[in-house]
Design a protein around this ligand. Sequence first.
Ligand code: HEC
Ligand code: HEC
Length: 94
Amino acid sequence: MRVKYFILFIFLIAACGVERQYEDYRLQTTGDLILNQTNHKHGYGKGQCFMCHNVSNIHKVNTINAPNFDLAIPLVQQSGLSSCSGCHGTNGVP
Ligand code: HEC
Ligand code: HEC
C-alpha cells in the first residue's frame, strides 16, 4: 500500500517538472523566421504546426525585436494555420 503512494508522489513531482512554458528556440535574427531545412530540421515539410507547437506557448516574447511580432497573435487568432506562411514562409509545404 505504501509503495503505491510513493509511486503516485513521484509522478506528481514529475508532472510539475514538465509543465509547459513558452517556446524558446533562441532565434538570432528575423531571418530565422523563414523556415528552411536547416533552421527547422524537425518540422520542415509538415503543415500541421499545432501538432508540435502549442498555440498558447508561442509568440510570447519578442526576443529578436521582429517588426511584425505584434501582429502574430491577432493573425493566428483570426486565421489559424493559414496565417503561418505569411511570416514563416511555406515550410516546404506545397
Ligand atoms: C513535427 C513537429 C513540428 C511541426 C509539425 C512543426 N514544427 Fe516548428 N519546430 C519544431 C522543432 C522541434 C523546432 C526547433 C527547431 C528544430 O529542431 O527543428 C521548431 C522550430 C520552429 C520555429 C523556430 C524556427 C527557428 O529558426 O529556430 C518556428 C518559427 C516554427 N517552428 C514554426 C512552425 C510552423 C509555422 C509550422 C507549420 C507550418 C511548424 N513549425 C511545424 C517542430 C515542429
Ligand atoms: C505576423 C507574423 C506572424 C504570424 C502570422 C505567425 N508568426 Fe510565428 N513568429 C513570428 C515572430 C515575429 C516570431 C519571433 C518571436 C521571437 O522573437 O521569439 C515568431 C515565432 C514563432 C515560433 C518560435 C517560438 C516563439 O514564440 O518565438 C513558432 C513555433 C511560431 N512562431 C509558430 C507560428 C505558427 C504555428 C503560426 C501560425 C499558426 C505563426 N507562427 C504565425 C511572427 C508570426
